[in-house]
Design a protein around this ligand. Structure first.
Ligand SMILES: Nc1ncnc2c1ncn2[C@@H]1O[C@H](COP(=O)(O)OP(=O)(O)OP(=O)(O)O)[C@@H](O)[C@H]1O
Length: 263
C-alpha cells in the first residue's frame, strides 16, 4: 500500500531517509597488543552497525503504529530516534507534540532511587514541570498498585513491579505521542488487562501511538497501521493485517504463530 493512503490527516511524525549507525569498538577491553595486531592486518578499531537504514514514513494524527520485525531489526533504535534520545546519523525526523521518552520500559530509571523519585525523573524527562509531575505522583503510584513500596529503592522491586511502575509513568504523563516498547509484557494478568484498557484510552486521546511488540496479536488489536523493519530497512507500511501476513510469509512461520519471541 502506498504511503499516500495514510496522509489525509496532518502528519504527527514524519521520518525522511533516516539512518542510524552505531559505532562500537571491536573489543570489550581494548588492549595495546590487539590494537597493534589489528593495525598490522589493516583492520579498523570501530565497527559500524547500520541499525536503521534509509527509512522514510509518515504517520498522521490519531494513528496507532505497530512496529514489527525480527530481533535486531532496528525497532528500538527507531523508537529512540523518534523520542529524540538518539540523533539521526542521516535524514530527518519531524515530530509535532510532546513525546514520552520512556521506551523500553524503565529506560532512564535509577535503581538506587525510590519509586517516587523515579516517577519525578521520568516525568521531568517527558517534558512536564516538577509541579505537574508531583501532581501526578499519586495517580502513577496507584495505577501501578505500588502504594506500599513507592518509597523503597527500585533495586528492591521485582521485575513485574518495575515494569508496572515504568508503564504507569509512561502512560500517565499525558504525552501527545505515546511510545511503548513491549508494554504488554508488563506485569501479571490483572495488570495486563488494566494496561490494555489504559492503552485503549490513550490511543483515543493521543495524537499518535507507536507500539513495538513481538506479539502480533496485540499489534492487530491495538494498531491501525503497521511497519515492518528488517535489518534496518523498511520492508512494508500498511494495514496491520496485510503487513503481518507478509511478515509471517517472509519468516515462514505460518499465521498460527502469534508470538515470534524466538526469532
Ligand atoms: N547501543 C548499541 N550499540 C551498538 N549496537 C547496537 C546498540 N543498540 C542496538 N545495536 C544494534 O543495532 C541493531 C538494531 O538493534 P535494535 O535494538 O534496534 O533492534 P530491535 O529490532 O529492537 O531488536 P529486538 O527485537 O531484539 O528488541 C542490532 O544489530 C543491535 O545489535
Amino acid at each position: 500500500m502506498s504511503l499516500s493512503a495514510f496522509s489525509e490527516s496532518p502528519p504527527a511524525v514524519k521520518v525522511q531517509n533516516l539512518s542510524i549507525t552505531y559505532r562500537t569498538t571491536m573489543e570489550r577491553v581494548p588492549t595495546f597488543k590487539n590494537a597493534l595486531v589489528r593495525f598490522g592486518r589493516g583492520e579498523r578499531a570501530v565497527r559500524e552497525i547500520h541499525a536503521v537504514d534509509d527509512v522514510s514514513f509518515e504517520v498522521g494524527e490519531g494513528t496507532s503504529l505497530g512496529i514489527i520485525g525480527n530481533n535486531g531489526a532496528g525497532k528500538s533504535t527507531l523508537m529512540r530516534a523518534l523520542a529524540g534520545i538518539l540523533p539521526p546519523t542521516k535524514g530527518r525526523i519531524e515530530v509535532r507534540g510532546r513525546i514520552t521518552p520512556l521506551l523500553a520500559l524503565g529506560v532512564g530509571f535509577n535503581n538506587n532511587l525510590s519509586g517516587r523519585e523515579n516517577i519525578i525523573l521520568g516525568g521531568l524527562a517527558s517534558g512536564l514541570s516538577r509541579k505537574e509531575v508531583e501532581a501526578r505522583t499519586d495517580l502513577v503510584t496507584e495505577f501501578a498498585g505500588l502504594e506500599e513500596f513507592i518509597d523503597a529503592p527500585m533495586r528492591t522491586y521485582s521485575s513485574g513491579m518495575y515494569s508496572r511502575l515504568a508503564f504507569s509513568v509512561a502512560v500517565n504523563m499525558n504525552p501527545d505521542i505515546l511510545m511503548i516498547d513491549e508494554a504488554l509484557s508488563a506485569g501479571d494478568a490483572t495488570f495486563k488487562t488494566k494496561a490494555a484498557e489504559k492503552m485503549d484510552e490513550l490511543r483515543r486521546q493521543a495524537r499518535a501511538m507507536f507500539l513495538v511488540s513481538h506479539s502480533l496479536g496485540s499489534i492487530k488489536e491495538l494498531c491501525n497501521e503497521c511497519i515492518w523493519l528488517h535489518k534496518g530497512r523498511l520492508m512494508m507500511h500498511g494495514e496491520p493485517e496485510e503487513v503481518i501476513e507478509a511478515y509471517q510469509k517472509f519468516v515462514n512461520v505460518g499465521p498460527s504463530a502469534m508470538t515470534l519471541d524466538d526469532l
